[in-house]
Design a protein around this ligand. Sequence first.
Ligand code: DAH
Length: 355
Amino acid sequence: MDDFRGKWLDLVAAADSEAALEEVRLQALGKKGEIALRMRELGQMSPEERMTVAPALNALRDEVAAAIIAKKQAFQDAALDERLRAEWLDVTLPVRPRRQGSIHPITQVTEEVTQIFAAMGYAVAEGPQVEDDWHNFDALNIAPEHPARQEHDTFYMARAQGDNRAPHVLRTHTSPVQIRAMQGQGAPLRVICPGRVFRADYDQTHSPMFHQVEGLAIDRDITMANLKWTLEEFLKAFFEVPSVDLRFRASHFPFTEPSAEVDVRCSWENGTLKLGEGDSWLEILGSGMVHPKVLQAGGIDPNEWQGFAFGMGIDRIAMLKYGIPDLRAFFESDLRWLRHYGFGALEVPTLAGGL
Ligand code: DAH
């Protein structure tokens, strides 16, 4: 019996792979394995003989099985160690400095604008780019026959044949988000609404898709003076200049009364723009006091609340701040342009954020 035991333990010890080990297991413990055969022979033994041989065989079988399991575990541990060694990765190595991508100037400027207004207590509001006719026009006091509808060069969505409702539009401005914000949040309210807008227009300063940011502040006693201060603070922070000089020109928008277009004093020296000084004026946005009908459309009582609104082209202020001459290049996805004008992912959006 000792020889028999020694033979199997030696064979287990000698197995040099999981496959070889499995072979030994079948030979020893399999249905037709040698230990099984020995057990079958118990039947022919005398009871006395069986009393000593049977427990010894049982013990031997358990011992060999345990040895095989231990050895198998050792093989698996070794394989895992090997794999861990092969797949080791030095995560402390610095990444390659090659720049894979960059932040698009529109994204960057949207972040900058958001950060400056957030510091003044404005939240960001959003609305759909495919907008219904009511939010894009009627609610903003632009009646169906209003000439502004033609001026906007609107893209209309198709309607199913026989459906005579006004078609949805690609929103022509971010102003419909004013209505949605008023409806959703009520007064008082301070939001900016950055986003894509669409008009059928294409040349060096127009693209069929461009970006605006809308501002809206509603409270009980908001006046044009608050509008002026807010715009001054914004423009100083955005263009990173110590002071700006603004000119409010009387204008007309259906959704504001009174309305003003805002110009900022500037100079162009050798083609570079400087804000806050000089004899030129640069038109930068449209604004005004929210029309009572617009407040009403937003579900806000114009006898109790009033406020200002403004709308500004994000692409335009991005071009001015970063000296980008052609609007269309923003949307051409030219890698050389993106590398030149793009921003690093870890750059802080604006100086104002760090102050
Ligand atoms: N929605 C106007 C446009 O697209 C911009 C604008 C002007 C928005 C005056 C305003 C505003 O909120 O008060 O040209």
